[in-house]
Design a protein around this ligand. Structure first.
Ligand SMILES: CCCC(=O)OP(=O)(O)O
Length: 300
């Protein structure tokens, strides 16, 4: 069983160094992460952003910019578009969000002409190493889909299963979480959770075990499930938490990061290339883990 990001980093051995296009690269943790990814042989990077600021930060960190291509673009929207274009024209293999808000970054990713749309649902998959848990935990979707319907949730779930498989979780257990563990016709997420579970039973969703609705306590804790008398193949053992909406996902992401001492990484799946997407406030370590996840998915 995969328990740590160190194990995930050790798995990234597909041989070919990837190239990352970083949108708005003038940020300390971003530059530290791309430096470390380069030193570890994972990836090279093209840095798009304010060249003077990038140089200033690189000097302070002792990073030699000769090791990186730098494209000067001071406007954040244009820098994001330029980085996306590098990926869509195959000059880079993957895209990375730098010091730019998620909405502006995603506008470039979704640009109809130059963006990275594929026709599939794009969704965010966050991966956590939580000290209180004995396993790696995936949470989806904390950043992209605002209020997904059943069909979108199915595809979000499938994107997360793909990442779980890449990490080495062979048959991930998926908990579509809600506020209650029973189907309540007045609570749409419970209806969707039940439908996703039945779709999994009938082979419409493959490569995983889905069971819900579950609440977050009995998805994560066997004791809580036992105490509430819930019998489920997923209860207490969930590898993937499928949240009902972006608010739940984003709050869970930041709560785990800031109060549970969790390590995290995150990527967007379903685009024409892997997209490294963390919070601006996440650490350099978190951004490095996200690069590793993107490399793993790119090797599929
Ligand atoms: C995956 C989290 C996305 C997010 O909330 O980013 P920001 O904190 O930079 O807005």
């Amino acid at each position: 069983m995969i328990r740590t990001f160190d194990e995930i980093l050790n798995k990234v051995k597909c041989g070919v160094r990837k190239k990352i296009a970083v949108a708005v690269a003038q940020d300390e943790p971003v530059l530290e992460a791309v430096r470390d990814a380069k030193n570890m042989g994972l990836a090279d990077a093209v840095l798009v952003g304010d060249k003077e600021k990038i140089q200033e930060i690189a000097n302070a960190l002792g990073i030699n910019l000769d090791d990186f291509e730098v494209i000067d673009e001071k406007d954040n929207s244009k820098a994001a578009m330029k980085a996306v274009e590098l990926v869509s024209t195959k000059k880079a293999d993957m895209l990375m969000k730098g010091l730019i808000d998620t909405a502006t970054f995603l506008r470039a990713v979704l640009d109809k002409e130059k963006g990275l749309r594929t026709g599939r649902v794009l969704s965010h998959v966050a991966v956590f190493e939580v000290p209180a848990l004995q396993r790696i935990l995936l949470v989806t979707d904390a950043a992209m889909n605002i209020a997904p319907d059943l069909n979108t949730k199915k595809q979000i779930l499938e994107n997360a299963v793909k990442v779980a498989h890449a990490i080495g979780i062979e048959v991930p257990k998926v908990a579509p979480v809600c506020a209650v563990e029973v189907v309540n016709p007045d609570m749409q997420p419970t209806l969707d959770a039940a439908a996703l579970s039945k779709m999994n039973d009938r082979g419409q969703i493959k490569g995983c075990i889905v069971d819900g609705p579950l609440a977050i306590d009995n998805a994560l804790s066997e004791e809580a499930a036992k105490h509430k008398g819930i019998k489920s193949p997923v209860a207490g053992q969930a590898d993937i938490i499928l949240v009902p909406n972006i608010e739940t996902g984003n709050v869970m992401y930041k709560t785990l990061t800031y109060t549970a001492n969790a390590k995290n990484g995150g990527i967007l799946v379903g685009a024409a290339a892997p997209v490294i997407l963390t919070s601006r406030a996440d650490s350099n370590e978190s951004k490095l883990y996200s690069i590793a996840l993107a490399c793993l998915v790119a090797c599929l």
